[in-house]
Design a protein around this ligand. Structure first.
Ligand code: PMV
Length: 328
């Protein structure tokens, strides 16, 4: 049995625009997915997941059981989670050349599904790392990130950037522009997350932005403007200038709203953070529902969010310096 964990992330800047070659700066946070993998004597794949905000479920591929206890999220999210594990195992079969190998996979995750905190990337990174080690192969971080990216790219029908998977594999703050992925220095960041209990459909949201870009030149300009905000944001990060970072996060949120990927609850949480004098706040990830990220060294934003209608959970998130971690 091999067990690996990998962190979730928030986007300080640049989601959606990164799909069109603009830079993005995600930042790993200490919420983790842990994946245990044990080789089977046959070629089946059995997946057991707990704490994926799903009440737990078990699915055996090519086998006799298909048990799904009542779940309180849509079937499509459950199948999406299964698709990621399937894809991750395919990558491991490919990289090790062991095509007939089967596994029992157990997933535990602190990261809500589809909420903009990189749950799928964390599961994919940890699953590939653990399954490869179970077969005696320890992948270099770059190879691991590449294989995880290919998994997301396939499961999301070709609509994925390298940002989530690279950030989860390496940890810390990273900068991603096309296939150029690197770690960057970041000051201590007072990150507060607000979660509305919901989820967005990344594929649909990405497709919505694509349609807008094709239909309206000014939507393409909006995407390019996000790129400009990210470049200024990188400078603010390097200078450790939290006030400027916050202003630019506010600007980034406005541009994402213009692209139609915010929601009433995400906007309410962003405004609650601004009213509480956070340095700045924005949605994180694909949007449509899920999480906002704010910067505030005081308790004000967390408290304000916990009283904001539509916000189910507010918490402070520590930066995760370590990416994939080998537990067993
Ligand atoms: O919501 P998440 O964590 O899946 O992030 C999606 C980020 C996008 O930029 C919208 C898509 C991508 O693959 O980069």
């Amino acid at each position: 049995m091999a067990v690996s964990s990998a962190p979730g992330k928030v986007y300080l800047f640049g989601e959606h625009a990164v799909v069109y070659g603009e830079p993005a700066v995600p930042c790993a946070i200490e919420l983790r997915a842990r994946v245990g993998v044990e080789q089977r004597s046959d070629a089946k794949l059995r997946v057991h997941a707990e704490d994926l905000s799903l009440d737990g479920f078990t699915v055996e591929y090519g086998g006799t059981t298909d048990e799904r206890p009542d779940v309180d999220v849509s079937e499509s999210l459950v199948s999406a989670a299964m698709g990621y594990v399937d894809g991750a195992i395919e990558q491991v079969r490919d990289v090790t050349g062991e095509h007939e190998v089967g596994f029992d996979v157990t997933i535990e995750s602190d990261i809500p599904l589809g909420a903009g905190l990189g749950s799928s990337a964390a599961v994919v990174v940890a699953a590939i790392d653990a399954a490869a080690r179970e077969l005696g192969t320890t992948l270099e971080t770059d190879e691991l990130a590449e294989r995880a990216y290919r998994t997301e790219h396939e499961v999301q029908d070709g609509q994925a950037s390298r940002a989530d998977t690279f950030c989860s594999a390496t940890g810390g703050a990273v900068r991603v522009e096309g296939d150029d992925c690197r770690s960057i220095e970041a000051p201590e960041l007072p990150i507060v997350v607000g979660f509305d209990g919901g989820a967005g459909d990344t594929g649909q949201l990405v497709a919505g932005v694509r349609n807008l870009r094709e239909e309206y030149g000014f939507a393409a300009d909006t995407v390019a403007s996000i790129g400009d905000v990210v470049r200024r944001g990188e400078q603010a990060l390097a200078d450790g200038d939290l006030e400027e970072l916050g202003r630019l996060m506010d600007f980034n949120h406005g541009l994402l709203s213009a692209l139609g990927v915010s929601s009433r609850t995400l906007d309410s949480m962003v405004w609650a953070a601004r009213d509480a004098d956070a340095y700045g706040a924005k949605l994180t990830g694909a949007g449509g529902g899920g999480c906002v990220v704010a910067l505030d060294p005081t308790d004000e934003t967390e408290t304000a969010l916990s009283f904001t209608p539509g916000c189910e959970q507010a918490f402070r998130a520590e930066l995760a310096d370590e990416g994939v971690t080998r537990l067993e």
